[in-house]
Design a protein around this ligand. Structure first.
Ligand SMILES: *Cc1c(COP(=O)(O)O)cnc(C)c1O
Length: 419
């Protein structure tokens, strides 16, 4: 039905809307249909159709996987969609086997930390935690790689502390180190989305997204995607064949309706992320100028210590801004008193969100590890949505003001609340 050729040369803002339908739908549907079917009829007992069972393959899941692979912009790349971001990370962990080692960045997402600390050892995998951020990170990885190192796993910027890892430098170490036979660099790119950063373009082998965040964008579903470069390994299999094997064998593939929700969300991803990022930068500047805020962590700020590395690999700082107040009570007050910022874990939603990661999304990290990582309880994370940025700044301002007036003149403020 659709005889038009795929467009590879157009920009990502165009790709997110141009490829989002079935190419052989008999009715020419312009939105990918939801193939809500567990099984598919076969032509005969001995001839097989393209699909047989939705755990193994489903047209709506394929549409999502093809769309994400297209956005990652690496020839021959293939994507696999899973039930959550964590299921996607777990599938990547499966690329390591008994006796292999994984090097993980110390400042990793709480759920990734829990998986590596508790599940990887049960699979006979040894995990090393190394601070891979900044200009000093690559040399530390170089020193830590052994012939058993199967995976080097990073996020950049890290969530929430916004430490930056140099993707190109780390991938060069994984691929040229004399010990590193078959070492893969995996980048969890959830914080950036494919709109702002495409790690396969700059040397990574594997890119992971929690599609629950920017890809979906509406907080209405959970999903995770793994995209791998076109690479054949020493066991003769391609990376894509290995990841597909685990998707099918372990059954974590994303269900058709959720695939459709992510496909639908992705159509507006470029315009959402662009707007969110613009507002985030304005809010970061406002926070820097606010006397009650002691430190702003945002990779998009020119005075971020690794802004130069970040801007080499990403086109902007994204939508997540973190800050410290030096006062846990003030941080908790801001989180509670803002009206437009919903108190939730997660980020990347169309609504603005606010949280204290140390108490919420990263609570799965043990206290001693948090202390070691320098994870303060006054750290507030905001995820900037698509609202008018003037309203968002006013909301933050009045939350700060209400704390200041409350603590400086307690009798007046309580009188104002209860006249
Ligand atoms: C949210 C998140 C995950 C986990 O994804 P889920 O969809 O919640 O399972 C992994 N990595 C990062 C960086 C995240 O922010």
């Amino acid at each position: 039905m659709n005889k038009k050729q795929k467009l590879n040369h157009v920009s990502i803002e165009t790709k997110v809307v141009s490829e989002n339908a079935s190419s052989n739908d008999p009715y020419g549907a312009t939105s990918m249909p939801i193939y809500q079917s567990a099984t598919f009829q076969q032509p005969s007992a001995t001839t097989f159709g393209e699909y047989d069972y939705s755990r193994s393959g489903n047209p709506t899941r394929d549409a999502l996987q093809n769309q994400v692979a297209l956005l990652e912009n690496s020839p021959g790349a293939r994507c696999f969609a899973f039930s959550t971001g964590m299921a996607a990370i777990a599938a990547v962990m499966r690329l390591a086997q008994v006796g292999d080692e994984i090097i993980v960045n110390v400042d990793s997402y709480g759920g990734a930390y829990r998986l590596m600390a508790n599940i990887a050892p049960r699979c006979g995998i040894k995990v090393h935690y190394i601070d891979m951020a900044s200009k000093t990170g690559p040399a530390k990885v170089q020193a830590a790689i052994t012939p058993a190192t199967r995976l080097v796993m990073i996020e950049s910027p890290t969530n929430p502390k916004q430490h930056i890892c140099d993707i190109a430098a780390l991938s060069a170490i994984c691929h040229t180190n004399k010990h590193a036979v078959g070492t893969l660099l995996s980048v969890d790119n959830t914080m950036m989305s494919p709109i702002l950063c495409r790690p396969l373009e700059i040397g990574a082998d594997v890119v992971i997204h929690s599609a629950t965040k920017f890809l979906g964008g509406h907080s209405d579903t959970m999903a995770g995607v793994v995209t791998v470069r076109d690479k054949r390994e020493k066991d003769g299999k391609t990376l894509a064949e290995s990841v597909y094997f685990y998707q099918n064998a372990e059954g974590g593939g994303l269900a058709p309706f959720d695939c459709w929700l992510v496909l639908r969300g992705m159509k507006t991803m470029a315009i959402r992320v662009e707007r969110q990022q613009q507002s985030a930068l304005q809010i970061a500047h406002w926070l820097q100028a606010c006397p009650e805020i002691t430190e702003v962590m945002y990779a998009g700020l020119p005075d971020h210590s690794d802004h130069d590395i970040h801007i080499k690999q990403c086109s902007g700082g994204g939508a997540v801004v973190c800050f410290l107040t030096g006062n846990v009570a003030l941080s908790e007050h801001i989180v509670t008193a803002t009206r437009l910022f919903k108190i939730t874990v997660s980020f990347g939603n169309v609504n603005s969100l606010i949280s204290i990661p140390g108490l919420m999304s990263h609570a799965s990290i043990p206290d001693d590890v948090k202390a070691q990582r320098g994870f303060p309880d006054d750290l507030v994370r905001i995820s900037v949505g698509i609202e008018d940025v003037k309203d968002l700044i006013m909301d933050l301002q009045s939350a700060v003001n209400s704390f200041v007036s409350q603590s400086s003149t307690p009798s007046e403020s309580s009188a104002a609340i209860a006249p």
